[in-house]
Design a binder for this molecule. Structure first.
Ligand SMILES: *[C@@H]1O[C@H](CO)[C@@H](O)[C@H](O)[C@H]1NC(C)=O
Ligand SMILES: *[C@@H]1O[C@H](CO)[C@@H](O)[C@H](O)[C@H]1NC(C)=O
Ligand SMILES: *[C@@H]1O[C@H](CO)[C@@H](O)[C@H](O)[C@H]1NC(C)=O
Ligand SMILES: *[C@@H]1O[C@H](CO)[C@@H](O)[C@H](O)[C@H]1NC(C)=O
Ligand SMILES: *[C@@H]1O[C@H](CO)[C@@H](O)[C@H](O)[C@H]1NC(C)=O
Ligand SMILES: *[C@@H]1O[C@H](CO)[C@@H](O)[C@H](O)[C@H]1NC(C)=O
Ligand SMILES: *[C@@H]1O[C@H](CO)[C@@H](O)[C@H](O)[C@H]1NC(C)=O
Ligand SMILES: *[C@@H]1O[C@H](CO)[C@@H](O)[C@H](O)[C@H]1NC(C)=O
Ligand SMILES: *[C@@H]1O[C@H](CO)[C@@H](O)[C@H](O)[C@H]1NC(C)=O
Ligand SMILES: *[C@@H]1O[C@H](CO)[C@@H](O)[C@H](O)[C@H]1NC(C)=O
Length: 872
């Protein structure tokens, strides 16, 4: 199997403009000319190396127990696709995949500590006592910790951007027996960017990224100045660094990292990395699935593409048996604010906190506050020039609401009237971040206070009060860690968490945990501590919980742990980022719900599955079984029931899935019939329960996805739920191709060409000649297992006849996600032969999901305008 497409990711924010006029932006996501080759176990790979000897060089040797192969780079990019195709016929080759590049997840950096040192951390007012860290309380980690369960003896392998292990809360060292990080390596080097050759070394230090350091602290941060720890502080950690300081990570690098983590004896492997897919056939997913089959649980973040709507599963979390982790918002947002003093009308000194910005020359500043507007809801305050009657602002601290334009623009407007100090107040309820206004040379000090603080000051100013800020030296002022309650989304699904299921109706994600607004460690050069948001933050917490639960249950079996964590999780109400609804969040968003570590550790009931998949209407399985195993010694009676979760319509009027928020829900649930309402299971025995589902009577054209939970209440106190998921309608009949059209390689936006174009193509294998190529653009509204792009000859009257053309070079593409795809055509067919000069149309054929590739009727077809090619 060879995929030869340049895969263009579409930014979530650009989604509304999906159409033939769509502006296509983004990076090439396949490494040109690079492939991953897996060898047949029984065959000698010498034949392979002989075959490629002069044509390609080896990028990485992937010589592992569970994956034997190489990644290669062909020297000649123009013949690479064809050469890769030939590899499939070698007896020593099992599979060939193009080498895809994954980006570092775009998690939100809510705030970081001050850069350049740990000194200010010494000023933090420390919190002492029991584990009151909310992500731990929300997941019952605090209850396990109170019993002294700390993950001791468990090795967790982390695949990420490396780690600043010099951080005092991360052990301070690497490799030694007393270090927290005892194993791992740098697979890529600082300069790796996803496209160039990885340069490995032994040291997974990260001083430039930060992501992996944050992830590491969530698992196992040691006691520190900020008064929190990781969930499992006594595990040993391994870090396999797959990102350099910029750019992405190739499939080969990820497979290498996973296999190294596995062979190093990791008991659990976690990765907060992903890319849009929706199919479980990607090579990285395949590799991770093998590791799980070999007995090592693998947790992978579900992705941060919630805005894109249903059916946008992410690799490798969409892999079979891989545990996909969704994100919940923290109930509080931690804030690290520098203390200072203010007075109102010369009254008593009061304390306030602010996030120090750049520059931060606040020492000995004592000035009254002034604001350009008393309107605390103005979304664009200070974005236009201040009014003519503005006083000389050099004797004030100017208070401006955050929003719309940049901090620099607002500070510039204030500086026009002489301002030297500008303080912002937040425009969202939660948090405050340190602004940077260094470009505005007049401004010496900047910072941000919370919305509450800013609005309260503005109210006083409007009442005619005089507020004076007596700024303490930020280098010595106390720093307070405070927690702001999140009353809007706290405890509910993070709105960015990616929606599933996969295109083959696999139930994903499996579990959810807090990932929104999470405090953890950060590289010392980048601020020492930070609050980040993403499924990247939810995933490592679950990996740590696996370690804790395994301490109690004495097993690391992936299925046992996934099943017990799924059964004991708490489903949650639907929240769209603004409102909370009375129906439960769909399984496609939140899986089993928020994990409950203590209940999972001590439950004496084990279910045989973590979810039930009822597929779509075409492949509907009306009855599925699961078994209830009573691990106790006493007989237990379970009351069985079910509860529906909100049914989400994939589509409304467009062939593109609806965005979220924006996708429509209904409270029409499936009807669930259970084989019995109550079962009694003797100690040590198991009983089979059958679940028969009647899907809700909802509009099948809109492909509604229904879900819910089978509930079990045991007389032993166990209260369990088993998620189920299905779709009404036909995935097979869902249109997948929006349009296919012709564009031109010199147009960066790849807009369609409407007039007749002629291309003069170099008939050579080198890139020496600059040419303008025809570009085939396919906009896929939904996933397709196979997309063909063919060149159909057209005669002088524009008649294409019965000729359906030949695949152009790079076609077909397998397992396409619902994204735009582009392919430059250099004038060759897929078999390497040159197309005759003449007129052509591009023909796009996208196979329906579950479609029969041999049946032409099962493809969506589109054709481009006519164009001609000739050669020089
Ligand atoms: C820790 O929790 C226990 C039990 O809830 C309580 O008795 C004790 O006072 C707590 N300790 C601190 C320092 O808060
Ligand atoms: C702040 O004021 C104190 C006391 O007047 C003085 O000693 C110190 O040098 C001043 N610091 C700065 C940075 O101006
Ligand atoms: C504040 O500004 C917003 C947006 O410009 C406007 O809609 C609102 O009416 C203003 N409120 C007051 C009290 O002027
Ligand atoms: C749904 O049915 C199709 C066709 O039989 C199958 O390929 C797919 O694996 C099924 N999905 C699940 C989750 O069982
Ligand atoms: C479910 O269990 C029942 C009763 O044990 C059995 O008859 C049936 O064949 C099972 N169905 C499946 C799909 O396993
Ligand atoms: C199980 O207990 C919960 C909580 O008491 C209750 O809401 C639910 O209805 C019970 N389920 C069954 C099947 O009895
Ligand atoms: C079902 O949905 C489609 C697409 O929105 C709509 O055209 C059709 O009228 C709906 N059918 C019914 C019965 O509501
Ligand atoms: C170009 O590629 C073709 C097909 O691989 C090959 O036969 C031919 O020798 C190559 N020409 C040059 C100049 O490399
Ligand atoms: C191709 O275009 C690039 C960039 O415009 C230019 O630097 C280069 O000299 C051109 N090469 C040839 C062979 O025309
Ligand atoms: C194009 O093909 C059609 C169908 O075979 C034929 O009728 C027509 O004469 C052809 N035109 C030319 C210019 O060859």
């Amino acid at each position: 199997m060879v995929r030869g497409y340049h895969l263009l990711p579409l930014l979530a924010s650009a989604l509304s403009i999906f159409s033939t006029e769509a502006k296509i932006t983004g990076e090439t996501r396949h490494l040109p000319g690079s492939y991953i080759v897996e060898f047949e176990d029984s065959q000698d790979s010498a034949e392979f190396f002989n075959h490629i000897s002069s044509k390609a060089k080896t990028r990485m040797n992937l010589d592992y127990k569970l994956f034997k192969g190489v990644s290669i780079q062909f020297h000649n990019l123009k013949t690479a696709e064809e050469e890769a195709g030939k590899l499939n016929s070698l007896p020593s080759v099992r599979q060939v995949w193009p080498n895809r590049v994954y980006s570092l997840p775009k998690d939100e950096i809510v705030w970081t500590g001050r850069s350049g040192g740990v000194d200010y951390i010494k000023n933090v007012k420390r919190q002492l006592g029991n584990d009151t860290f909310t992500p731990h309380v929300m997941t019952q980690v605090d209850k396990l910790r109170a019993k002294g369960i700390t993950g001791k003896g468990v090795k967790i392998g982390i695949i990420d951007s490396g780690v600043d292990y010099t951080h005092p809360a991360l052990g301070g060292c690497f490799g030694g027996p007393d270090c927290l990080f005892t194993f791992g390596s740098d697979i890529v080097g600082d300069d790796y960017n996803g496209d160039n050759t990885p340069v490995p070394d032994d040291d997974p230090y990260d001083g430039c990224g930060g992501h992996g350091t944050h992830v590491s602290g969530i698992i196992a941060a040691q006691a520190n100045e900020l008064g929190f720890t990781g969930a499992a502080p006594d595990v040993t950690l391994g870090m396999f660094r797959v990102f350099g300081c910029t750019g992405g990570a190739g499939n080969d690098v990820l497979i290498d990292a996973y296999m190294k983590a596995f062979e190093a004896g990791s008991n659990i492997i976690t990765a907060s990395i992903g890319g849009s897919s929706g199919w479980s056939e990607d090579p990285w997913s395949v590799a991770v699935s093998r590791i799980v089959e070999a007995g090592v649980p693998c947790t992978v973040s579900a992705g941060n593409d919630g805005a894109v709507g249903l059916f946008y599963a992410s690799t490798a979390s969409n892999g079979k048996k891989v545990t996909s982790i969704a994100s919940i918002d923290n109930e509080v947002t931690p804030l690290l604010l520098t203390d200072s003093i203010f007075t109102v009308d010369g009254g008593e000194q009061q304390r306030f906190g602010y996030a120090l910005g750049e520059p931060g020359k606040w020492t000995n500043v004592s000035l009254p506050l002034w604001t350009p507007s008393f309107n605390t809801t103005d979304p664009a305050q200070g974005c236009t020039a201040f009014s003519e009657d503005t006083p000389d602002l050099s004797g004030y601290i100017v208070l401006i609401r955050r929003g719309t334009c940049t901090f620099v623009e607002k500070a510039t407007n204030a500086a026009q009237f002489g301002a030297k100090y500008v303080l912002f107040y937040n425009n969202v309820r939660v948090g405050a971040i340190g602004p940077a206004t260094s470009e505005v040379s007049r401004v010496l000090g900047t910072g941000m206070v919370t919305a509450d603080q800013g609005e309260s000051w503005v109210a006083s100013l409007e009442n005619g009060s005089k507020i004076v800020l007596n700024m303490l030296d930020p280098n010595t002022a106390p720093v307070s860690l405070t927690y702001q309650k999140n009353t809007v989304t706290g405890g509910f699904a993070s709105s960015y968490t990616t929606w599933n299921p996969t295109f083959e109706l696999d139930v994903k994600p499996q579990l959810a945990s807090p990932g929104g607004n999470i405090l953890s460690t950060y590289p010392i050069p980048l601020g020492t501590y930070a609050v980040l948001s993403g499924t990247s933050m939810a995933c490592p917490l679950v990996a740590a919980i696996y370690a804790l639960v395994s301490n109690v249950r004495g097993t690391l079996d992936p299925a046992t742990l996934e099943n017990i964590l799924s059964a004991t999780s708490n489903p949650q109400f639907l929240n769209d980022g603004t409102n909370t609804y009375t129906s439960l969040a769909p399984v496609a968003q939140l899986g089993s719900g928020i994990v409950q570590a203590y209940d999972a550790a001590y439950a004496t009931t084990l279910l045989s599955k973590s979810s039930l998949a009822f597929n779509d209407t075409d492949h509907f399985v009306d009855t599925l079984n699961f078994t209830i195993k009573n691990l106790g010694t006493e007989e237990v009676t379970y009351e069985l029931g079910s509860v529906g979760a909100a049914t989400g319509y994939t589509f409304s009027d467009s062939i593109y899935p609806d965005p979220f928020p924006g996708l429509e829900f209904t409270d029409e649930y499936a009807t669930v019939a259970l084989s019995e309402p109550k079962v009694t299971v003797p100690g040590g025995e198991e009983v089979v329960v059958s679940v028969t589902v009647t899907p809700p009577a909802v509009n099948a054209t809109r492909l509604p996805v229904y879900s819910g939970y089978i509930t079990l209440n045991g007389t032993n106190g166990d209260s369990l739920s088993l998620p189920y998921n299905g779709a009404v309608g036909s995935l097979h009949d869902t249109r997948v191709l929006d349009v296919g059209y012709l564009s031109i390689s010199t147009d960066e936006e790849l807009d369609p060409i409407t007039s007749r174009a002629s291309f003069v193509l170099p008939r050579t294998n080198t890139t020496a000649v600059n040419a303008t190529y025809p570009v085939a653009v396919a906009l896929l509204a939904f996933g397709s297992p196979q997309v063909n792009i063919k060149a159909v000859p057209v005669n002088a009257t524009g008649f294409a006849g019965a000729d359906v053309g030949n695949h152009i070079f790079g076609s077909p593409l397998r397992y396409a996600s619902r994204d735009p795809f582009t392919l430059n055509w250099n004038g060759r067919f897929a078999d390497g032969t040159w197309a005759p000069a003449g007129s052509y149309k591009l023909r796009f054929e996208a196979l329906h999901i579950f479609g029969d590739a041999a049946n032409p009727a099962e493809y969506d077809i589109d054709e481009s305008v006519e164009f001609s090619i000739r050669f020089i």
